[in-house]
Design a protein around this ligand. Structure first.
Ligand code: UDP
Length: 140
């Protein structure tokens, strides 16, 4: 498997509880390199656009409100098989189902307030990276 890049968000529940460093440590321990990183505060329109794929789901409104409730940290992670590796480090969407040692098992509060986002495929990774970062901000 080649070197890949994936997109990550450290979500409001985690930035609020000062868990940014602890989460970055999990990425780095797994061999993922942070090649871009910034702390931002989304607007409602930006959150709705980012999560547009979920616009018909019952949790869409609550999810967007949560994502604008506090600043987030958006990052690009690089490494061998980075998309799958990041999903593994994140753990299952619902922390109750997440494996021991994963970010969501250790830090998530609920299925909604689950500390991290990570791209699920090469196409979404490319789209999500381009939504938040310019090429000049990616420093491998
Ligand atoms: N989510 C939620 N309720 C649900 C399912 C998902 O609030 O029943 C939120 C949760 O924050 C999740 C995000 O919507 O991370 C995107 O859902 P997805 O199924 O894509 O999960 P992920 O890829 O983040 O594991």
């Amino acid at each position: 498997m080649a070197i890949q890049r994936t997109f990550s968000i450290i979500k409001p529940d985690a930035t609020k509880r000062n868990l940014t460093g602890a989460i970055v440590a999990k990425f780095e321990e797994a061999g993922l390199r942070i090649v871009a990183s910034k702390r931002i505060h989304l607007t409602l329109a930006q959150a709705q656009q980012f999560y547009g794929v979920h616009k018909d789901r019952p949790f869409f409104g609550e999810l967007c409100e949560f994502m604008i409730s506090e600043p987030i940290v958006v990052q690009v992670l690089e490494g061998e098989d980075a998309i799958a590796k990041n999903r593994e480090v994140m753990g299952a969407t619902n922390p109750a189902d997440a494996a021991p040692g994963t970010i969501r098992k250790e830090f998530a509060l609920s299925i909604g307030e689950n500390s991290v986002h990570g791209s699920d495929a090469p196409e979404t990774a490319a789209e999500e990276i381009a939504f938040f970062f310019s090429g000049l901000e990616l420093v491998g």
